[in-house]
Design a protein around this ligand. Sequence first.
Ligand code: NAD
Ligand code: ZN
Length: 353
Amino acid sequence: MYNVEALEIQSYRRKYKVIFQKLSEDLVENIKEKSFLIIDSNVDIYFPLFRSKFDEHNIFVIEASEQNKNLQTCAALANRLVSQGFKRNHKLIAVGGGIVQDITAFTASVLYRGVEWKFFPTTLLAQADSCIGSKTSINLGETKNLLGTFYPPAEIYCCPEFLETLQEDDIKSGIGEIFHYYLTADSDLSKELAESYESVIRHPALRCAKHIRESLSIKKRMIEKDEFDEGERKIFNYGHTFGHAIEAVSKYEVSHGNAVTLGMDIANYISLKKGFIDHSIYEYLLSMIRKNIPDYRLTEDRLQDYFTFLSKDKKNIDNSLVCILPYGVGDMRTTIIDDIDSVKDIIREYFKR
Ligand code: NAD
Ligand code: ZN
């Protein structure tokens, strides 16, 4: 028995559920009717159960890379689906992390103007964050997540078994996103996660369920108020402005949630230096995320590239940097910084420490 209560999300299209359940033959058997499988190539190897339940012509394997998360892949997928007889009343079943999610959800949102899709998130990041919220994003040329729609799945199945085969770096990436939700909401579970960090990394399938549920619950409260990211949902950009630029400058060597962890610490440090928080709050926030911060340093010449990526952030207005900074524990606010040079100096100092 796997005793975690399901979560129901109200979206603009419909209500949908996140079901926490052990992976079983019955579960896959029950959803396979009139369905086509879109599966991550690594997950396909670790979990042959999915393949065994579908007709081989109705299985589409996807290599999870940012280079593949584009219109060409979605068009090729739609083409093959249609040629295999995929109809409007059929469903897509996505099994993978955020990349398979984005490719499937984007395709589902435009094929026949929208078909049903269900999702088995297989990374910690996908289980604790991306599976809800309706966003579908694909890359255009070099620009990440430039094209997209809002299109939630009909149902989500969070199975702990998937977490057993993940690389440690992907677990840390998921934990980074969980901390990002915990710190924006000042969750009671932050301290517990920080204190049991090593054990969570070692036994994610046993230790993550309540953190996944709590992280999704925090996100649920916000997306039900601002699904289309027009207002309050923007505080979830905490750690992301500075994190996205880390991902880009590292050429995606630093994975998303790890870059977000570093991005949160940079944001906290800027708040400290600007006098928005005092040293004790900075230290408190750092004590939560310290173990998850990747060991990544920027030398002076890479810093210039980092600043260039920061200045291209799509939230910026004219020459001002728009970011989310802490003003207290659980008090994140949108901040417009006109004096970008002062922020550059603070970031330079951050990496020199
Ligand atoms: P991912 O999909 O990039 O997968 C990471 C790696 O883990 C891949 O090599 C994959 O093959 C492997 N993998 C996946 N599940 C596995 C398992 N159970 N066992 C072993 N290996 C497994 O990882 P991700 O971090 O989930 O997704 C990142 C992507 O998600 C980015 O493209 C990001 O833009 C996107 N994203 C989307 C949203 C959204 O709301 N749509 C939100 C956050 C992130
Ligand atoms: Zn994120």
